[in-house]
Design a binder for this molecule. Structure first.
Ligand code: COA
Ligand code: ZN
Length: 479
């Protein structure tokens, strides 16, 4: 939970203070991602890591769904009881006695009961009138309270519900004993001003009720809507690691944390450990974050255009909203036809090469001629320097060691994304997805044993690679 004064405004007018924490739902909403299944042990590991970085609540699962979901909730409640974790543990439930009993008998800190409240959900899913819905919702909350747990009510599809009816729902659940109401933007249909107005209206109508924001990302607005909710007075934001969840998922933990740091000067969780968590959840979910994912994607702190790199070399803030070091990351820049003189000079100096201004321009012209190269490696750049200047700047020569690396991947990982990452490793010349007891074969050519070793290490470090077996090519018979 953080309390802070915003530095910049996301929505206007700017609130004087924000006060909020996070509920992580990677184990519940995250496991609703198509194709994602966590083992109970993986859930325990994720829960411990979430707790250690400081999330306030962990939504551990919906026990009625399946025996292993129930087992995970039971074990996570056990961790809380033993004092291993300190986050509040939440179990999910429909507004049904059976589900409530299934959840409450595990004795979590809180049961979260959901029920659709838009006319669309009332009519087509629940087939009840608004009045009937109010009584089902009120009874469910009271029933859970009788089991001695705290209760959150989740108003599913709240952002498409009639606001007057939503206020009635809020009053009903508060009177029935719920201390929190989650405003669920179930299909990601809200805009920030709408989200903020809903939160402010309910806060004004039922002041004792604390509000959660649960924002789906169908239109890419989950983070913006979550911040708007916080600025309107919501005190918990629902997130998942890597934005997992139904369809396109919900607010990313990493994005909310970094945005809080940028806009409010504080993050509700420890930023430095987010990369570890990102990789752990990538590995266990099999869903790789794309290179352009904010903050945690491979490209998040990699600059390309010459003008940008020149700015960054002078002051990184010119093109960065948050320093990579806060996330334990480093910045880099690529060399290709978009490169300018300053970037090229800096890169060559890093490689120990000093050129005259004339030589630098000539090398730059050559770099720009290689216009189809996706990027120019240091090795290729030094080749160009040698060609242009006639001076030897590289370690010599190297007859080239060719090797095949047989790679096995984790079973729940998309082999294609591992293969894609392998193609980015310098010295790798070919990547083949294959059948048999190995998943991928990598062909590489290294200049010397050190480079060979580094390349094999780089292959091993790729997320999703479990083990490698390397074969050196001794002789090739060409047809
Ligand atoms: N409260 C009460 N009942 C609800 C409800 C709610 N919030 N949401 C849906 N329902 C009812 C539906 O009306 C329907 O009941 P009906 O069969 O009487 O029409 C039923 O729940 C959902 O249909 P179905 O999934 O076919 O029912 P099921 O009994 O076979 O399985 C689950 C129910 C929950 C065990 C199963 O759907 C499941 O494992 N779901 C995963 C968890 C989930 O859906 N979570 C949503 C989180 S937002
Ligand atoms: Zn959801």
């Amino acid at each position: 939970m953080i309390e802070a004064e915003p530095r910049m405004c996301v929505t206007s007018p700017c609130p004087e203070r924000v006060r909020f924490g996070v509920l992580d739902s990677t184990l519940r909403e995250g496991e609703q991602t198509p194709g994602v299944v966590f083992t109970v042990d993986q859930k325990i590991e994720i829960a411990r890591m979430l707790d250690s970085i400081g999330v306030d609540m962990i939504e551990a699962g919906h026990p009625t769904v399946a025996p292993d979901v129930r087992e995970a909730v039971r074990r996570i409640v056990g961790l809380k009881r033993e004092g291993v974790i300190r986050a509040e543990v939440v179990a999910h439930s429909r507004a049904l006695r059976r589900d409530i009993e299934d959840a409450a008998e595990l004795e979590p800190d809180r049961v979260a009961i959901f029920y659709g409240v838009s006319d669309l959900h009332l009519r087509y899913k629940h087939r009840v009138t608004r009045e009937e819905a109010l009584s089902i919702i009120g009874e469910a909350v009271e029933y859970a309270r009788q089991h001695g747990v705290r209760v959150r009510f989740t108003a599913e599809d709240a952002t498409r519900a009639d606001l007057g009816f939503l206020v009635e729902v809020a009053k009903t659940v508060y009177e029935a004993g719920a201390d929190r109401l989650s405003i669920a933007d179930t299909v990601g249909a809200a805009t920030p001003p709408v989200m903020r107005r809903i939160v402010e209206t309910i806060r004004a109508s039922v002041p004792g009720l604390e509000l959660d924001a649960h924002c789906h990302n169908d239109l890419g607005l989950a983070l913006a809507n979550s911040l708007a909710a916080v600025e309107g007075g919501a005190s918990i934001v629902h997130v998942t690691v890597n934005g997992l969840g139904e369809r396109t998922g919900i607010t990313w933990l990493q994005q909310l944390a970094a945005a809080s740091h940028v806009f409010y000067g504080k993050s509700p969780v420890n930023l430095a450990d987010l990369m570890k968590l990102t990789s752990m959840v990538e590995r266990y979910s099999g869903v790789m974050v794309p290179p352009n994912a904010p903050l945690v994607g491979d490209n998040a702190f990699t600059h390309k255009a010459g003008v940008h790199v020149a700015g960054v070399l002078s002051n990184p803030q010119t093109y960065e909203v948050i320093p990579p070091s806060l996330l334990g990351r480093t910045r880099s820049y690529t060399i290709d036809k978009y490169t300018g003189r300053k970037a090229l000079k800096a890169r060559l100096e890093e490689l120990g090469v000093k050129l005259s201004d004339d030589e630098l321009i000539k090398v730059l012209m050559e770099v720009k001629k290689a216009s189809t190269a996706r990027w120019i490696s240091d090795e290729d750049l030094l080749d160009i320097v040698e060609r242009v200047t006639g001076r030897r700047v590289k370690l010599q020569p190297s007859k080239g060691i060719e090797a095949l690396v047989l790679v096995r991947c984790e079973p729940n990982i998309y082999t294609a994304s591992v293969a894609r990452r392998l193609t980015l490793i310098p010295c790798v010349t070919e990547v083949m997805e294959v059948t048999g007891d190995r998943d991928i074969v990598v062909r590489l050519t290294a200049n010397n044993p050190v480079e060979l070793n580094e390349t094999i290490e780089a292959v091993r470090r790729v997320k999703g690679v479990t083990d490698t077996y390397t074969i050196l090519v001794l002789r090739k018979l060409e047809r």
